[in-house]
Design a protein around this ligand. Structure first.
Ligand SMILES: Nc1nc2c(ncn2[C@@H]2O[C@H](COP(=O)(O)OP(=O)(O)OP(=O)(O)O)[C@@H](O)[C@H]2O)c(=O)[nH]1
Ligand SMILES: [Mg+2]
Length: 453
């Protein structure tokens, strides 16, 4: 007859050690505990902890997606539909931001002068005034009034889409329009479910289907708005400031506005959603014949308060977006974003708690840097110390690299070697090669740290 498993209480009240049966059970338990401890020790000894650091929007989550793409492609495949509402959210956010700025431009300025000959008032504080005629302005205002009315049903969905994403928590309506705490747990819940049932379903179907429908009905208006000369002009004048990925999504509206839309890998890499807190991602990665469990910690924003929890990190990958030379911090508009990155990098290099971590520096968004320089944006205008150097990609990228290297040379408390890469996290092929190099270097450093080299 099969023996009934003993309950914990029975084991607790088990006969004394003279009882051979009890001794056998006790030995068995000891053996199992030892095995479990061994297993945990083995697992821990194969764990590579990597912390992703860098200012907000530096590309940490995008790097995490690239890791996933190269080392756990199946999971990314399963998650595809869960990015659908977020893509839609990014599009609606962009449309709403443009509309708000146009509203301010055309309808909210202090009207100073009296009516003009065509019956429209002219405003004195408009940014566009200096560069366009009154007639032009009146035409644009009329264009916008029409488009605005047609786009209202689309922008009205933003909040319910957002509240679906955050499980009803809340969403801000600022430029970044970030989603507050809650979305990650929901998204990871959705991912877990998608992974578990292996389905390809959107887990917020109601609202995102509604959003797709609304988008498909007004897609021509979205395109018209996006290509309108007034919008282009206000973007150039930096009156309208959109997320970096807005242009990508607005240029792809007709592809996305279909009922069976599933985000492509490029869409997923372009999505912008702020990470809050720390998210852990685990991958089995085989580097040089060794399969290790990599734990990637994606730290939202520049929250260095988390650093003490990662004093056992094998490596830190620090991302510095070098395209940001003409941008300032949202929370402190006097701080240039490259300066901010250098300050954070100084903190990382000089942090004693992290002194054993292998350092990798990724000078990211090189594609955007190129674009900006090609468009004639001058580094010197924003960073005076750039002086008379040529405004070329080669010169500027080298200039930024030298600054980061200098900080490392002066501030590194661990006397570590440092690996620098120029990256564009949207470039799948180039990132694949860089991840292979970075992976090997991290494993080598890991082996040295555990005395296996
Ligand atoms: N053009 C370009 N865009 C990039 C690159 N890397 C990231 N992005 C985009 O930049 C935006 C911000 O990237 P994220 O990965 O969300 O930034 P993050 O560092 O995780 O930001 P937080 O979560 O706020 O800390 C996203 O829209 C990305 O698609 C790059 O190399 N080039
Ligand atoms: Mg992030």
């Amino acid at each position: 007859m099969a023996r009934r498993p003993r309950s914990e209480l029975e084991l607790f009240n088990a006969p004394t050690s003279q009882d051979p049966e009890a001794e056998k059970v006790s030995k068995q338990i000891d053996e199992e505990l030892r095995k479990e401890a061994d297993r945990l020790k083995r697992k821990k000894s194969r764990e590579v902890k990597v912390m992703l650091l860098g200012q907000a929007e530096s590309g940490k989550s995008t790097l995490q997606k690239q890791f996933q793409l190269h080392y756990a492609a199946k999971t990314l495949e399963r998650e595809r539909p869960t990015w659908r509402p977020i893509v839609l959210f990014n599009i609606i956010q962009a449309v709403r931001t443009i509309m708000e700025e146009l509203d301010l431009e055309f309808f909210s300025h202090t009207q100073t002068s009296s009516s003009t000959s065509n019956g429209l008032s002219s405003s004195s504080s408009s940014l566009l005034d200096s560069s366009i005629s009154e007639l032009q302005r009146a035409r644009w205002k009329a264009d916008f009034a029409q488009v605005r009315a047609r786009l209202l049903p689309l922008t009205a969905i933003e909040e319910s889409l957002a509240s679906d994403l955050v499980g009803g928590v809340m969403i801000t309506r600022g430029r970044t329009g970030f989603v507050r705490a809650g979305w990650q747990s929901l998204l990871s819940g959705m991912r877990a479910r998608a992974a578990a049932d292996n389905t390809y379903a959107d887990h917020t179907p109601g609202t995102s289907n509604l959003a797709i429908k609304a988008l498909s009905m007004v897609q021509d208006d979205v395109v018209e708005l996006w290509n309108h000369p007034a919008v282009k002009k206000l973007i150039k004048l930096r009156k309208i400031v959109l997320q970096e990925s807005a242009a990508y999504f607005l240029n792809n509206v007709s592809r996305i506005a279909i009922s069976n839309y599933i985000p492509t890998t490029e869409d997923i890499l372009n999505v912008r959603i702020q990470t809050l807190g720390v998210t852990e991602h685990s991958f089995e990665i085989n580097v040089g014949g060794q399969t290790m469990n990599w734990l990637l910690y994606d730290v939202g924003g520049a929250r260095h308060a988390w650093v003490p929890y990662f004093d056992d990190a094998t490596a830190i990958i620090f991302l510095a977006p070098i395209s940001a030379f003409d941008q300032y911090l949202e929370e402190d508009p006097r701080t240039n974003r490259i300066d901010d990155s250098l300050q954070l990098w100084t903190m990382v290099c000089s942090n004693l708690l992290l002194k054993n971590a292998h350092l990798v520096l990724m000078l990211n968004k090189t594609d955007l840097l190129r674009e900006k320089l090609n468009a004639g944006i001058k580094v010197r205008k924003y960073i005076t110390s750039y002086g008379d150097r040529p405004n070329t990609y080669e010169e500027a990228s080298e200039y930024f690299r030298a600054h980061f290297l200098q900080v490392h040379r002066r501030k590194d408390v661990g006397k570590r070697a440092m690996y620098v890469h120029f990256t564009s996290m949207l470039d799948v092929q180039a990132t694949r090669s860089i991840l292979a190099i970075v992976g090997e270097a991290i494993i080598r450093s890991y082996m040295e740290s555990v005395g296996l080299s």
